[in-house]
Ligand binder design. Structure first.
Ligand code: SAH
Length: 476
């Protein structure tokens, strides 16, 4: 972002529009929506602007330093470029923020397109890159926010003290959720602002809710990293949680979706680094829920795959705390999707192994003979440090050195890498390519290559051909 979006308090402040033509008029229309005290100062002021300006002060002359001093903002919009430069220079000397119409380089701020449902205002900008896109977005948001939006926000503000005294924190959030997703709008439409306020005031008075609501824990799969791969349920829970405990492997863009008032606790288990012990995580879950919180335990991938979720469930059961489990996309399936290779295939493998390279005792032993069989497919989790061990064991049990292997590091994340190798070179290539994890090793699978890709000319991230998008072709 080159421009930081903010809302400036203009109560009891002056805004100067330095310009008197059509451009100035459009700026004036925007600033007049605010409660600022606005004046126009320009050598030439059109009749149209005189008419549109209503009761505001118009000075038909060049602005002086004294005119500008103390202004909160100045909009410069004369047709005369030299005059604009002069005003901009005065403002700069006075340290006033300016917007120079049609001259972004000379502007300290730009005016966004706005959807006005005062006091709810949506500001949209593209830093000047795509005005048409901005207009389209504005039209969509206009359609989305009905005429009651502002009234609903005002009603909410007037009810806030009442809600605070009558409801405890969780019940408050439930109330507001209902209020903003239908209840408020319906009451406003039926009873008007005053009537809706009276109805809700009474209802709240009768609803003093006990503050000993039991807590609840949602154990939620965060998927491999791409926020688009979260389930809708996970997304909703992140919006509602009071406390979120998340693993080190949960990607930052997903942590960023957590409601900002929620307490966020990273319970990372860095391989070889400082760690939260599993018992401490269990205790933290139980304690947070006992305080009546809605706790989200966010785990990378799917919680039921190498996630030690059973231990957490047992701790919650022992403490009598209610819980639910929300599945997520596990790394193996995300990785298979990435390389377009099915994890199962008729005639090749009728079983699929999910194995770990490490367990609590160190490198994990497996039924190596079965894993080494021709056509066997295994997804190896936590296999980076165990790569040499896994490779050695498989070869020892008769696996073919030429068995295809694909390593997918950071599956679904911006820094995703795919390594296409064979078993005989697994450890060596992983070290050489500096695979630092998280990575999933797909044993027995290789990346499907499209016809274009085989020639080395096709980039996965681009549509194969624009002709597949006739609509795109039409707009040109
Ligand atoms: N519950 C998780 C697995 C946790 S074990 C799941 O279902 O995916 C941790 C291992 O998961 C890592 O060592 C790595 O093998 C794998 N992993 C997690 N996120 C990954 C990602 N974005 N890309 C590749 N592998 C990943």
């Amino acid at each position: 972002m080159n421009y930081l979006p903010i809302f400036i308090d203009v109560r009891d402040h002056r805004i100067v529009v330095a310009g008197g033509g059509a451009l100035a008029l459009s700026k004036l229309r925007t600033v007049l929506k605010s409660v600022a005290s606005v004046c126009v100062i320009a050598p030439v002021v059109s009749d149209e602007l005189h008419v549109a300006s209503g009761a505001i002060q118009i000075y038909e002359r060049r602005p002086t330093r004294a005119d500008l001093a103390g202004a909160r903002l100045v909009y410069i919009a004369n047709d005369d470029i030299a005059e604009n430069r002069h005003v901009a220079m005065l403002c700069r000397e006075l340290g006033i923020l300016v917007n120079s119409a049609d001259n972004a380089a000379a502007s300290d701020f730009i005016s966004p397109a706005i959807v006005d449902r005062d006091p709810v205002v949506v500001a949209i900008g593209s830093e000047g890159t795509a005005p048409l896109l901005v207009r389209q977005i504005k039209a969509r948001i206009e359609a989305l926010l009905d005429g009651n939006t502002g009234a609903m926000a005002r009603l909410a503000a007037s009810l806030r003290p009442r809600v605070r005294t009558c409801l405890e924190p969780r019940a408050r959030r439930t109330f507001w959720r209902k209020f903003f997703s239908g209840l408020g709008g319906r009451l406003l439409a039926r009873h008007g602002a005053g009537g809706a306020r009276r109805v809700l005031h009474d209802v709240l008075g009768r609803q003093v809710v006990a503050s000993d609501q039991p807590g609840h824990v949602s154990i939620v799969g965060a998927g491999p990293g791409d926020p688009d791969l979260l389930t809708l349920k996970a997304r909703r829970l992140l919006d509602r949680a009071d406390v979120v405990l998340f693993d080190r492997l949960v990607a930052q863009p997903i942590v960023d979706l957590v409601r900002c008032e929620a307490q966020q606790i990273e319970v990372g288990k860095t391989p070889g680094g400082t760690s939260w012990r599993q018992e401490d995580i269990n205790t933290a879950l139980v304690e947070a829920a006992r305080k009546g919180h809605h706790v989200v335990r966010l785990k990378s991938g799917d919680p039921m795959v190498f996630g030690r979720t059973d231990e957490e469930i047992e701790a919650l059961q022992a403490a009598g705390i209610s819980y639910e489990i929300v599945p997520g996309i596990t790394s193996a399936t995300a990785a298979a999707a990435r390389i377009e290779a099915s994890l199962t295939r008729r005639g090749r493998n009728s079983a699929l192994n999910f194995i770990t390279g490490q367990d609590t005792r160190g490198y994990a032993e497996q039924d190596w003979r079965a894993l080494a069989a021709p056509g066997a497919v295994s997804a190896i989790y936590m296999g980076v440090r165990a790569a040499r061990f896994v490779q050695g064991r498989l070869l020892l049990h008769g696996a073919d050195e030429a068995t295809p292997v694909t390593v997918i590091e950071n599956a679904s994340r911006p820094d995703e890498r795919v390594l296409t190798i064979h078993l005989g070179e697994l450890a060596e290539q992983m070290a050489r390519q500096n695979i630092a994890g998280p990575a999933i090793i797909l044993l027995g699978l290789t990346e499907r290559r499209s016809a274009n890709q085989a020639t080395g000319s096709f980039d996965h991230t681009l549509p194969p051909s624009l002709s597949q998008f006739p609509a795109l072709m039409e707009v040109g």
